[in-house]
Design a protein around this ligand. Structure first.
Ligand code: ZN
Length: 241
């Protein structure tokens, strides 16, 4: 039996990451679904932690931008500025590490993708239509994705894709059927709840459990402004969007 801690979209927010680790306690295994960096003020510290502790780590679009800045033309202006700032902070070794990461892996029968198994780095699964396409793109019963910064669960019920309303702090069974599960974002939630989001996956009980934890948002906002990153990136943390 393994209880796996699933983290996604840390986005260089070490304070949020520290709060999640403290709240979660001991994990037998940790998976990171990508976007370790981008937007936030502490990319190097977040890379170091993920590198040391996570059994599987994916590349997200913001990690990708750290070694190929040409993709930021598709980013919004503040994200593009943050990507350029992030690249300037990272060592060559950190950039090489990000470049080495896969964007899609199979881990113990579970498919892990940053964005979608259909398009692992760039596609957003924001609707049942997006999820229906994604269900056709992975084998097995469970796929874990991040990228949207919105905790979510989609099920494939006899060929019909449905969105399941989620509740925090209660195990949800994923034994029967096929599921796409998003833990939400550690470092920049966008579901109007500013608390850091994470997920437990229990492969014996076949359950997932969404969790939220408060952290010192004002401290991170201060770091963002002091780094010269766009004000908007500080403001949105308090709004959860
Ligand atoms: Zn992200």
């Amino acid at each position: 039996m393994t209880r796996t801690l699933v983290l996604s979209d840390i986005h260089a927010n070490k304070d949020a990451l520290d709060a999640v680790i403290a709240d979660a306690g001991d994990a037998e295994r940790i998976w990171c679904l990508g976007d370790i960096v981008g937007y936030g003020p502490e990319p190097g510290a977040c890379i170091a932690w993920v590198r040391e502790h996570c059994a599987s780590v994916l590349s997200g679009n913001h990690d990708y931008a750290a070694f190929d800045l040409s993709v930021v033309r598709d980013f919004n202006p503040s994200a593009a500025l943050a990507a350029e700032w992030t690249r300037a902070q990272l060592t060559d070794d950190e950039v090489a590490y990000l470049r080495s990461l896969p964007s899609l892996v199979a881990a113990d029968g579970v498919t892990l993708a940053h964005a979608s198994p259909a398009d692992p780095i760039w596609t957003y699964i924001l609707s049942v239509v997006d999820a229906r396409d994604a269900f056709g793109a992975f084998p097995g019963a469970l796929c874990l994705v991040g990228h949207t910064h919105v905790a979510a669960c989609y099920a494939d019920v006899a060929g019909l894709t449905v969105r399941i309303p989620i509740a925090n702090d209660a195990p949800y069974p994923v034994a029967d059927g096929r599921f796409i599960v998003n833990p939400g974002s550690v470092g920049q939630p966008r579901d109007h709840d500013p608390d850091a989001a994470y997920l437990w996956y229990d492969d014996e009980a076949q359950t997932v459990e969404w969790r939220r934890v408060a952290y010192d948002i004002a401290a991170v906002q201060e770091k963002i402004l002091r780094a010269g990153l766009p004000d908007r990136l500080a403001a949105r943390l308090a709004l959860g969007q």
